[in-house]
Design a protein around this ligand. Structure first.
Ligand code: ADE
Length: 234
């Protein structure tokens, strides 16, 4: 997968991309992530990228020219159309596991992180193919949402996670939350690990985990359950 990210705060996003799973995925050549400073395509000697909103109101709006120039230049370097040009915004479709799964199948993505009061609507109308929100709250820019999206996608790419099954057994992947996890010691501050997990009986462990997942989902996120799992409320 190839991901380009246009941002006005390139340094804000670099560190998370250079650690842990995202770092390893890039080192293994499973994903290429390129961060681009919008100012590269800024206007004039001050490299202007934003301006006051027409019609008044607070905040600054990212001008269309730098974004159009940036997208055209990256598109040319890529040598083929992006599968999606995604603008991160609270207006967008909410990111969930099915959307992450679908986007993880893309080969080339361009992400645009807005800032200030947003980006000129003409960029959204003419260039953006999809708008994605990471939840119903407003952050000060699209950088953290872009990182959330990148992380959610990259961990799904084949070969990124050590255990081939672990992305598939995540919470949400089949609509159920994950079972509780325990490690050593078997006894800690009077709390013990459930016997079944140390029994060595793999069938029993599997059934226990399935029961726990259903019970936990019923208790914490009943909205996720398919109809056959729902408890009758009588
Ligand atoms: N930019 C600001 N808030 C956001 C959100 N919740 N999701 C995506 N982009 C955003």
């Amino acid at each position: 997968m190839h991901i380009d990210l246009i941002t006005v705060l390139p340094n804000l996003v670099r560190s998370p991309l250079d650690h842990s799973i995202l770092q390893r995925a890039q080192e293994k050549g499973l994903v290429e992530i390129h961060v681009h400073d919008l100012r590269e395509w800024g206007l004039g000697s001050y490299r202007q990228i934003d301006d006051l909103p027409y019609g008044g109101g607070g905040g600054m709006v990212l001008r269309p020219e730098p974004l159009f120039a940036g997208v055209a230049s990256l598109q040319k370097d890529l040598g083929q159309p992006y599968d999606e040009i995604i603008y991160l915004t609270p207006d967008g479709e909410t990111l969930d596991q099915p959307l992450a799964n679908r986007l993880s199948l893309c080969k080339n993505l361009l992400l645009i992180a807005g800032h200030y009061k947003g980006i000129d609507q003409r960029v959204r109308d003419a260039l953006v193919t999809r708008e994605v929100s990471i939840g119903d709250y407003v952050l000060s820019g699209g950088e953290l949402p872009a990182l959330v999206l990148i992380d959610a996608l990259v961990r799904l790419l084949p070969g990124v996670l050590g255990d081939a099954n672990s992305a598939l057994s995540d919470s949400f992947q089949d609509g159920l939350l994950d079972a509780p996890a325990y490690t050593r010691p078997p006894e800690f501050k009077g709390m013990s690990v459930p016997d079944v997990l140390t029994s060595g009986d793999h069938g029993a462990i599997l059934s226990w985990r399935e029961e726990q997942r259903t019970e936990k989902t019923q208790r914490l996120r009943p909205d996720l359950l398919p109809p056959e799992h729902e408890e009758s409320v009588e």
